[in-house]
Design a protein. Sequence first.
Length: 686
Amino acid sequence: MEQFTIHLTIGPRTKSMFRLTYEDVLKRKLMQYDIDIKVKPKQLVHHFEIDVDIFEPQGIRKLDVQTSFLPKELAAQLIKKSFSGKKGQVLFRPTVGQQQSCPTCSTTLLDGEFKVTYDVNRDKICDLLVANNYFAHFFAPQNLTNLNKNLVFVIDISNSMEGQKVKQTKEALLKILEDVRPEDYFDLVLFGSQVQSWRGSLVPASAANLQAAQDFVRSFSLAGATNLNGGLLLGIDILNKGQRSNPELSNHAPILIMLTDGEPTEGETDRTQILKNVRSAIGGKFPLYNLGFGHNVDFSFLEVMSMENNGRAQRIYEDHDATQQLQGFYNQVATPLLVDVELQYPKDTVSELTQHSHKQYYEGSEIVVAGRIADQKLSSFKADVRAHADGREFKTTCLVDEEEMKKLLQERGHMLENHVERLWAYLTVQELLAKRMKLEGPEKAKLMAKALQMSLAYQFVTPLTSMTMRGLVDEDGLEPVIDKSTVAFVLPASQQPTGSSVPVGPITTVDSDPHFIIHVPQKEDALCFNINEEPGVVLNLVQDPNTGFSVNGQLIGDKARRPGQHEGTYFGRLGIANPVTDFQLEVTPQNITLNPGSHGPVFSWRDQASLRQDGVMMTINRKRNLVVSVEDGGTFEVVLHRVWKGSAIHQAFLGFYVLDSHRMSARTHGLLGTTHQAGRTVRMGR
């Protein structure tokens, strides 16, 4: 769940309205789409309502609502739901009396989850939407025969799993084993300091074997450290041998599921080597699903591992019903219908495709592919699907329903065109963000720059961008750059932007006709000096040899020199680089460019924006300042000094401040780095 917080002070007898407009891609799971609404008003509300309007081109097949806070009888009375054809609606408008937890109480019943679930008609094996030179392909075939599975569960039994974690894990495994079908084969692997398996090979899911496996689960105890590498390799070996040695099992869908709560601490502990070992052992033959239990798990490591092996990772929260989360995940992959799924499109007309090959397709899910098309002739556009089902080849061709598309465009017009393009952009950004986790160096920087550029262009909230809510008018009377009804990108509530343009307290700084004022704490005094250089000269301000972090500034001069006066010089360009994270930033009084060497996105000083890039947070506070925070490096501010536009002499320039330098190494040097090394600080003065 994403959580956004906003604080506002309003006067007495005044009203304030908060409007949050956002889009969210719904993913089909277990034969339905879920719309989750958290309801926590924490008080009785005189006018409370939830209205959900649904439009689906394929037509709505079912619509339901569940709440965690209303008794079934009261929910049936208060919640109105209806659907017909392409439209559905849910209404929930309780009065104050209906919200009360008891007739005389001032507390509310409304505290929990309001979940709307629905699904669409599946008359066709797939649907193609084409609009404005973009297409979206939805593939969710029905009435296919379930594939038998080869299942191996790899379970962490290190000492860190003690208490509630191991209790919930055992409960989930016992329930999952009850759901394993007799036609499936399975085994269990446990890893602590040592690695062991229940049977050492795949065995049929007979009643006797399932009972023995449940007894094994009830009886195992925790032991030692975390030999994650050894546990995974044993699980992979059991699946590989089973597929090779038994011809019957070669047509089954193999699935490997690992659950762990920590980091590798026994056996092979180098993450890069573990990834290489697992990738080599699986060899692209089956998916690996990783479940990360609790807050201490290295989840990004599990994500990369799953991604490299055609699976996905999911975090399991122990504060919630972990047993239900574990069983819910298994239910999503419990019924494979197809393997080696390939969705193919005309090569000469399609470009910039999102992921169109999948190792397995599961019952109740949906494969979505989007892309750009050069020729929008609906009659010539098609999608060919190739896969395998129970040892047989599966083939189908999807065509565009031209009459239906014309009706949709008449009904929804621009909304449908916008939706198809934004879906393509969203899927593309998600895939770029996933790929970056596997890369390093220039390739990673290039992917991140493209993901950031698209996130900003389409106004997506991503790990590189965050969300802010702003008023209708800025302090200078100008309208916001981004319309008030859309999402902008700045800091989350826990990290408020720096408000003042001139920092308070002793800080390291260089500004105006570049001069320094060095604060000497021991003497409660300051040492001032200027740098007299010509325009165009580049000064090294900060250089940390331990990390490679550096800041350089290039001087500019006045537009014209007054007769008999010294020509003023100022900083007209600043370069900030952090090689450890491939972060580069070029700042001028006109623009802020991220990773200029790889054609990264360009921001204006009129933007209000924030982004993250591997340990670096950058925040632009519109027309005021830029704050850059580097993990293990420090916090820096660039201030924009503007001058009157009609000035024939002066021009806009930059000031640079070191707000926090305690994490910089003692070897740091440069005009400002030297003051850090000497244990002194500098602040602005004239």
